[in-house]
Design a binder for this molecule. Structure first.
Ligand code: NAD
Length: 251
């Protein structure tokens, strides 16, 4: 079955692909043979991502798409479909994080996190599913924060948004199983990306101490699990939320 660990001839859209986990996923899926289309809200960052991939011999395209805009998402999927004839893989990695007391969070901030992480995931998954043939697959990037309360930082909006992503994945997996579309999520622990940039160093120390493996993840370690889930090697997996967390959720 591991001979099925390939995406040759398939087209993949990766949201939030301009950097971090999404960019690593693009590299991984391209190395498995997929034609990769990066979506990101930041145009300049997207262009730079394509350039940096090309410098490493990886071909990818970029489209500026805001995942919170369902009409833009729908139109962008039509462009991908027209260009390649099929939409086989969607990875939803676009996300934002917000830290701070629940008692003080501003309504706009709360809404923004839910809009990008939860609504954006749903709009992309739904619009993709409408255009997918049997054998296609969706992988959402959830988080350990969708399963637990974090410490030392307060971040209720983020945790609520990711808990919802995990349930969206389970619900869509059930709803789309008959159509032959698999839907799974990964739940990364702490991954060394810009999302964690600028945070107090003692937070990082605390997270490391709370992780049995004693370190943060590298983006490639999350991307490889997503790559596996996207291939037919995972053909009997749907509705799964797979921790990639160095053991964080195990104790
Ligand atoms: N870094 C971690 O520790 C960690 C842990 C668990 C889960 N995650 C999740 O992994 C995913 C990727 O995180 P990352 O660490 O690579 O973050 P990142 O900030 O490095 O990258 C996120 C990307 O999403 C894009 N984006 C934001 N809003 C968007 C929108 N409305 N439309 C399109 N693109 C948008 C950003 O421009 C950016 O390129 C997120 O969903 C995040 O919640 C990250």
């Amino acid at each position: 079955m591991l001979a099925n660990l390939t995406l040759r001839g398939r087209t993949a859209v990766i949201t939030g692909g301009a950097q971090g986990i999404g960019l690593a996923v693009t590299r991984e899926l391209a190395s498995l043979g997929a034609r990769c289309v990066i979506w990101d809200v930041r145009e300049q960052a997207g262009a730079e991502a394509v350039e940096s991939l090309a410098a490493g011999g990886v071909e990818a395209e970029f489209m500026q798409v805001d995942v919170t805009d369902v009409d833009a998402v729908s139109a962008a999927f039509d462009v991908v479909l027209t260009g390649s004839g099929s939409l086989d893989v969607l990875v939803t990695s676009a996300g934002v994080a917000l830290h701070g007391s629940s008692l003080e969070v501003a309504p706009d901030d709360w809404q923004r996190v839910l809009d990008v992480n939860t609504n954006g995931t749903f709009w992309c998954a739904r619009e993709a599913a409408k255009r997918m043939a049997p054998g296609s697959t969706i992988v959402a990037v959830g988080s350990i924060s969708g399963e637990i309360a974090n410490t030392p930082q307060a971040q209720t909006a983020y945790n609520a948004s990711k808990g919802a992503v995990h349930l969206i994945v389970r619900c869509l997996a059930v709803e789309l199983a008959g159509a032959g579309v698999r839907v799974n999520a990964v739940a990364p622990g702490f991954v060394d990306t810009d999302l964690l940039g600028g945070l107090p160093p003692d937070w990082r120390e605390r997270w490391t101490a709370m992780t049995p493996m004693g370190r943060l993840a590298r983006v490639e370690e999350v991307a490889s699990v997503i790559g596996f889930l996207a291939t037919d090697a995972a053909s009997y997996m749907t509705g799964a939320v797979v921790p990639v967390d160095g053991g964080y959720l195990a104790w």
